[in-house]
Design a protein around this ligand. Structure first.
Ligand SMILES: *[C@@H]1O[C@H](CO)[C@@H](O)[C@H](O)[C@H]1NC(C)=O
Ligand SMILES: *[C@@H]1O[C@H](CO)[C@@H](O)[C@H](O)[C@H]1NC(C)=O
Ligand SMILES: *[C@@H]1O[C@H](CO)[C@@H](O)[C@H](O)[C@H]1NC(C)=O
Ligand SMILES: *[C@@H]1O[C@H](CO)[C@@H](O)[C@H](O)[C@H]1NC(C)=O
Ligand SMILES: *[C@@H]1O[C@H](CO)[C@@H](O)[C@H](O)[C@H]1NC(C)=O
Ligand SMILES: *[C@@H]1O[C@H](CO)[C@@H](O)[C@H](O)[C@H]1NC(C)=O
Ligand SMILES: *[C@@H]1O[C@H](CO)[C@@H](O)[C@H](O)[C@H]1NC(C)=O
Length: 268
């Protein structure tokens, strides 16, 4: 009997509240900065072109022939930018190999380190393993804790092993793969071809994930004393990434972009 392909989902579960940029007119630092690329709105601190972004990690390149936006930090296409996260096609789809010589199922792993400026929000992504006879888990690199429901982390390892109920169970099925994808992800398009997965170390495919972003390289308390403090008037600072970075938010009663001068406007 042909082995049933099994889809293992380990879901991150928690609530993430997100406020969204609504006003597209006052999104950029300067009026000359492009505020859109195709369908993607580019709010400061992200920006297209020098002097339009806060620092290199927020630099976006717009490909005018395809109308697609690239986040240069990752070299990957970005589909959406909100005031807390980016939806980006960055996660490599990794193959799980079967060693035909030894007849053994190998295992796969990947260490993921995007922090501290970008972290995986637990509520918005899932680990996907497409394989027979496999189990997968995530290890937090800092605590070495083994857990399937980690808190928001920026440095972790995914490991996939064979259960070995049937030693040769991967032989007939050499298109096994694992990756992280956003929770809404429901498969690659039909043109994706996984036939060569036993040969290559990495597929040419990437999966879309949600990553949270933050500014600075220290906590609100420390950053507020520096010249480069990014939060403008009528905004509050919120620690992010365990105090290794921060984010700005318009004060209650104000709306807009807290990273721009006069960006937070009273909505009374
Ligand atoms: C834009 O995208 C096309 C198609 O992927 C590619 O061939 C071209 O090199 C890109 N242009 C730039 C400036 O990156
Ligand atoms: C971008 O994300 C925001 C917030 O999550 C959402 O409201 C909006 O519909 C998204 N836009 C696109 C084009 O997916
Ligand atoms: C496959 O197994 C053989 C025999 O045990 C070993 O010599 C070889 O290194 C293995 N290949 C890979 C890619 O692990
Ligand atoms: C990791 O494990 C240790 C020891 O079991 C525990 O004290 C700690 O709270 C765990 N940390 C996380 C983040 O789960
Ligand atoms: C997928 O790739 C394999 C090997 O390159 C090829 O033989 C096969 O026809 C391809 N399948 C599709 C649907 O393109
Ligand atoms: C943090 O950022 C400031 C300002 O850009 C820089 O001067 C400093 O060297 C950075 N510190 C670290 C630890 O990267
Ligand atoms: C904040 O500054 C204090 C004093 O300079 C330092 O000890 C601490 O490590 C800093 N915190 C962060 C998150 O950089």
């Amino acid at each position: 009997m042909a082995p049933q392909r099994m889809l293992v989902w380990i879901m991150y579960s928690a609530l993430l509240f997100a406020l969204h940029f609504q006003d597209t007119t006052a999104l950029t630092k300067n009026p000359h900065c492009q505020n859109k690329c195709g369908d993607v709105i580019i709010p400061y601190p992200f920006g297209i072109g020098e002097k339009c972004y806060l620092d290199e990690r927020f630099a976006v390149t717009c490909n005018h022939s395809t109308n697609s936006a690239n986040l240069d930090f990752f070299g990957s296409q970005v589909f959406n930018i909100s005031d807390t996260d980016v939806h980006i096609n960055v996660f490599p789809v990794l193959p799980l190999k079967f060693n035909k010589t030894s007849g053994e199922n190998s295992f796969g792993y990947i260490r993921v380190r995007y922090g501290p400026y970008f972290i995986f929000p637990r509520a918005r992504n899932k680990l996907v393993v497409v394989a027979c006879d496999a189990y997968a888990y995530i290890v937090d690199s800092k605590t070495k804790n083994l857990t399937s429901i980690p808190k928001d982390i920026s440095d972790f390892t995914i490991r996939v092993h064979s259960i070995n109920t049937d030693k040769k169970s991967w032989e007939s099925d050499d298109c096994n793969a694992f990756f992280i994808a956003d929770k809404e992800f429901d498969g690659f398009d039909k043109s994706s071809n996984f036939s060569n997965c036993g040969k290559d170390d990495i597929f040419e495919y990437s999966a879309p994930v949600i990553l949270e972003w933050a500014v600075g390289n220290t906590s609100c308390k420390n950053a507020s004393k520096t010249k480069g403090y990014a939060c403008r008037e009528n905004s509050d600072c919120v620690d992010a990434a365990g105090g290794g970075a921060y984010r700005c938010r318009c004060k209650r009663g104000y709306e807009g972009n807290p990273y721009i001068e006069q960006g937070c406007k009273g909505n009374a």
